[in-house]
Design a protein around this ligand. Structure first.
Ligand SMILES: Cc1cc2nc3c(=O)[nH]c(=O)nc-3n(C[C@H](O)[C@H](O)[C@H](O)COP(=O)(O)OP(=O)(O)OC[C@H]3O[C@@H](n4cnc5c(N)ncnc54)[C@H](O)[C@@H]3O)c2cc1C
Length: 469
């Protein structure tokens, strides 16, 4: 369909003020937080409700127009790069918290509400929503669900998937499907909610979500352990888990990361240390005290050179914020920052950190490593310059070897950032040929015209068709 006709029909659905195709807008939505991926969309639209989304999807289905749903574009796998052109679908007019159901411990929201707004809102009402990605200030709930995002509290509380109870999804044929709901138990047929969680906008558009809430923890305490030896820090993680303690948060920063974070945030981190662990426990205060004493002993037994409890809540928040800004801090150092999330079983964290350091030396690239150590979810981050083509080749080789190592250790190519375009070439390493085939069969069955976020999760050929396994 000609672009002008498409714009006219979209304007008839939404009103012309919510349909944009200026060069400025197209450029603004041609990329996301992933370096080195860019493509122009044809049109950018902002629906205001489910009916409008349905009408847009029906139009795209009829005309074979690609749809790229986009929250805040903070994904790190090129999941919202409009590689095949088409429509970028925004949710900036769908930001309502529709209901908080205290009797059922659920909240129902539109997809465009930002994660932090939602977390703060439920906290004000006396509830707790644990998934807290580092990007929570700007990421949206729709994006979190579609990437099945994790966060700093994932170790104890799980990831977004564990809090999605029901969805309203507009399928590629324009029908609205209601999955799950407020029932804690529900085994009626296939679990379509879980299928949609983490589907990266490739199976449908999430128009509404019902999320699980928890009672807030009674108290929390934060501790920082400083090491001269990375392996000792990683070993501490294993020892704490082996002692049957699951902290709410257990984050790892290596020396290069500590240095850039301190330079950025100025929170008093020891810049000469080889590694630090930031550990938070929450729950009944007696339990928190008991756990922290054991954790402190383990840190000391593992030769931590300093173990310090946060002085107060403000200090604790400063320490955790320091971890949350790690990526932004790294981004100040070099023109291009590429963050990965190779993930290994917890017992392999030390070996993986060592392997990453070896790979950095082998390919002569600068890697800062930080991440959710308790989950085995590491973020090796390469600081580079995309204009230096020779170095970029080495960066690519280094990442491929990191993924290979993660798989070798029984891990995965992505723990929380999704496959997108960036890791599509590596999906087979993790899923295997038959696994990939099953995933592609699901995609073909639900989206036969391949209109939903084409080119993501599965590789495309130059004509934009999914390359079949
Ligand atoms: C500084 C920084 C820190 C980060 N920290 C973390 C972290 O700790 N943990 C973590 O898991 N991730 C993290 N991320 C990655 C990213 O923030 C998450 O993946 C986040 O969930 C993306 O949300 P978003 O609203 O920006 O979604 P987008 O990036 O806009 O979209 C992400 C995916 O969801 C799809 N999508 C969005 N909305 C919908 C919808 N309504 N229906 C269907 N599909 C939709 C898109 O098509 C795309 O595939 C971080 C990123 C940055 C830049």
């Amino acid at each position: 369909m000609k672009r002008d006709d498409l714009k006219k029909r979209l304007s008839a659905i939404l009103g012309a003020e919510h349909v944009h195709d200026s060069n400025e807008m197209k450029l603004a939505y041609s990329y996301d937080a992933t370096p080195n991926y860019q493509a122009l969309p044809d049109v950018i639209v902002s629906p205001g409700n489910m009916e409008e989304i349905q009408a847009i999807v029906q139009l795209c289905n009829e005309t074979g127009t690609p749809i790229v749903p986009r929250g805040s574009g903070t994904n790190l796998s090129a999941g919202t790069c409009p590689s095949e052109g088409g429509i970028v679908l925004l949710f900036n007019r769908m930001t309502e918290i529709i209901e908080l159901d205290a009797d059922n411990l659920t909240a129902t929201v539109q997809p465009g509400v930002t994660t932090e707004t939602f977390i703060r809102y439920v906290e004000e009402q006396g509830f707790f929503y644990p998934p807290d990605p580092g990007s929570m200030r700007i990421s949206t709930i729709g994006g979190n669900i579609s990437e099945n995002s994790g966060g700093l509290r994932g170790l104890k509380y799980g990831v977004t998937r564990d809090y999605v109870m029901g969805l309203k999804v507009i399928m590629p044929n324009g029908e609205c499907v209601v999955t799950g709901g407020k029932c804690v138990k529900d085994v009626a047929g296939y679990d379509l909610t879980r299928l949609m969680v983490g589907s990266e906008g490739t199976l449908g558009v999430i128009g509404e979500a019902t999320l699980k809430l928890l009672p807030p923890p009674e108290s929390k305490q934060t501790l920082m352990a400083v090491y001269n030896d990375i392996e000792a820090a990683a070993q501490t993680v294993s020892e704490i888990i082996a002692a049957k303690i699951i902290p709410a948060t257990m984050e790892f920063l290596d020396q290069p990361t500590i240095e850039v974070v301190e330079d950025y945030a100025g929170v008093g981190l020891p810049t000469d240390a080889a590694a630090i662990l930031l550990i938070e426990q929450d729950g009944p205060s007696e339990m928190v005290q008991r756990d922290l004493q054991v954790i402190q002993r383990i840190c000391q037994a593992q030769q931590a050179i300093d173990v310090e409890r946060a002085k107060n809540e403000e200090h604790a928040e400063k320490l955790l914020t320091a971890r949350r800004v790690a990526l932004s801090a790294c981004a100040r150092k070099k023109p291009t920052t590429i963050l990965e999330d190779a993930t290994v079983p917890r017992s392999k964290v030390a070996a993986m950190v060592q392997a990453i350091n070896g790979i950095a030396r082998k390919y002569e690239v600068q890697i800062c490593t930080f991440g959710h150590a308790g989950d085995g979810n590491l973020h090796p981050t390469i600081l580079t310059d995309a204009r230096d083509l020779e170095e970029m080749k080495r960066v690519e080789q280094a990442f491929a070897e990191i993924f290979q190592k993660a798989i070798e250790f029984g891990g995965t190519i992505t723990g929380e950032h999704g496959v997108g375009m960036m890791k599509a070439p590596y999906l087979k390493w993790k899923a295997g040929s038959s696994g990939l085939n099953v995933m592609q069969s699901i995609k073909r069955a639900l989206d036969p015209k391949n209109i939903m976020n084409p080119g993501k999760i599965f590789q495309s050929n130059p004509d934009g068709e999914m390359i079949a396994e």
